[in-house]
Design a protein around this ligand. Structure first.
Ligand SMILES: Cc1cc2nc3c(=O)[nH]c(=O)nc-3n(C[C@H](O)[C@H](O)[C@H](O)COP(=O)(O)OP(=O)(O)OC[C@H]3O[C@@H](n4cnc5c(N)ncnc54)[C@H](O)[C@@H]3O)c2cc1C
Length: 398
């Protein structure tokens, strides 16, 4: 590694920031991570980690730690919102390992974050700086200045992993606010033992319906069921992008749905409401020696379950580019070449799934089943998902 590349700052200690720190430390880089929160504990609920993301955790030597807090569902199903009619989406379990070279895991976001954080603390505890909100970046010949309320720190390069409201993105590309997509997400976890046997099966389910859908899957070794209910809404009147809602409001959004969905909405505790946001796609992720990754670069609707997975892919590939190229800006150029097209295709595919999951034909008793038959034909499903899961950020040529 050349001397000029040795000091790298990462803004944000979410999944993208911590994974990048670990991948860079693994390659001998000198890394500082700056996180705005004083205390690092992740909110949110479940995350599905498809094999393309799990391969990154394997490369970092964390597969045992994540396996210990994960759940490997046997497969995924599509179910009709009112009748409960069921279709296989795809098999997982051993099939995922055989076909894609890694398991498909579901985890609690807080559990995954804890594994990443523990590994960072073990490998470079003094390099994690909490309560440090980045308020701007400026570039000059000698590198990049990171600005904080308390002063300025100078680095050879900066990786911005500061999420959908990224300050660094604004500094690089202008102060455009993320916009509301017209979709909100209810998120909660339910102790599985409290649910009827049919909801305890080790499968992930996409309940599809007109204007809304529900995703469930087991997590934390099968102790919890993750519940996500996505609903179309005209407006978002709360000031924050996340807020606590009530079980009654959540249940109201799924009135008339199958009795099993009613059981789920009756069981959620203090569900969180998230406004789903989007930004127009970028044509670049880097300017000079500063590069965006994760949600800061390509926020997406979660309907291919690839937001955190893309963050994992970005992290390893960016570290590999920095290892290979002499100058940060060359590394970032190569990173863009590798990532722009794939991440844009994932963001597009996720939006297409929103239309598919909420299609008006699902309201029509006589046409709904035929619509699902048509939209989730096995060869279409393979075309939609195999290219995602097959990807291996460990072996992509840099
Ligand atoms: C309902 C829902 C379901 C989802 N399901 C899945 C799924 O199943 N699978 C999947 O792969 N993805 C899923 N996602 C997407 C996933 O949660 C995100 O894509 C992922 O968490 C992005 O990680 P990140 O590290 O880029 O950003 P974040 O997790 O947003 O982390 C950003 C970090 O930067 C810090 N920060 C922000 N600004 C500053 C600053 N100025 N200075 C210092 N620190 C700062 C923040 O405090 C935070 O710690 C889902 C999302 C939603 C909403």
């Amino acid at each position: 590694m050349s001397e000029s590349l040795s000091r790298i700052a990462i803004v944000g200690a979410g999944i993208a920031g911590l994974t990048t720190a670990l991948a860079l430390l693994q390659r001998g880089f000198d890394v500082d991570v700056f996180e705005q929160s004083e205390i690092l504990n992740e909110v949110g609920a479940g995350l599905q980690l498809s094999p393309n993301g799990v391969k990154v955790l394997m490369e970092l030597g964390l597969s045992d730690q994540v396996a210990a807090i994960a759940c490997a569902a046997a497969g995924k199903e599509v179910r009709l919102w009112n009748t409960g009619q069921t279709w296989k989406l795809f098999d997982l379990g051993q099939d995922s390992i055989d076909r894609f070279g890694a398991p498909y895991w579901t985890v609690h976001r807080g559990d995954l974050h804890r594994v990443l954080l523990d590994a960072c603390r073990e490998r470079a505890a003094s390099r994690l700086h909490t309560g440090r909100r980045c308020i701007g970046v400026t570039q000059h010949d000698g590198g990049v200045d990171l600005h904080f309320a308390s002063g300025v720190a100078r680095y050879a390069a900066v990786v911005a992993a500061d999420g959908v409201h990224s300050q660094v993105r604004q500094a690089l590309f202008g102060a455009e606010q993320a916009s509301f997509t017209g979709l909100i997400a209810w998120r909660s976890t339910i102790p599985i033992a409290e649910l009827p046997a049919e909801l305890q099966r080790p499968v992930g389910v996409n309940w599809v319906g007109p204007g809304a859908h529900v995703i469930t899957y087991p997590l934390r070794r099968g102790e919890l069921l993750n519940f996500v209910g996505i609903v179309e809404k005209q407006t978002w009147s709360v000031e924050s992008w996340t807020s606590h809602g009530t079980r009654e409001d959540c249940a109201r959004d799924f009135r008339g749905w199958h009795p099993l969905v009613q059981i789920l909405t009756g069981a959620v505790e203090a569900p969180l409401q998230w406004a789903l946001l989007s930004r127009p796609p970028l044509e670049r992720y880097a300017v000079g020696n500063v590069c965006l990754i994760g949600d800061a670069a390509h926020p997406t609707l979660p309907f291919l379950a690839q937001g955190a997975v893309m963050a994992l892919e970005d992290s390893l590939l960016l570290a590999r580019c920095l290892e290979k190229c002499r100058a940060p800006q060359d590394a970032f150029r190569r990173f863009e070449e590798l990532r722009l097209q794939r991440t844009a295709a994932i963001v597009r595919g996720s939006s297409e799934n929103a239309k598919r999951f909420h299609h008006p034909e699902l309201a029509d008793q006589t046409r709904a089943a035929a619509y699902v038959d048509r939209e989730w034909q096995p060869d279409l499903v393979r075309r939609r998902y195999d290219w995602l899961f097959d990807y291996d950020p460990r072996t992509i040529e840099i």
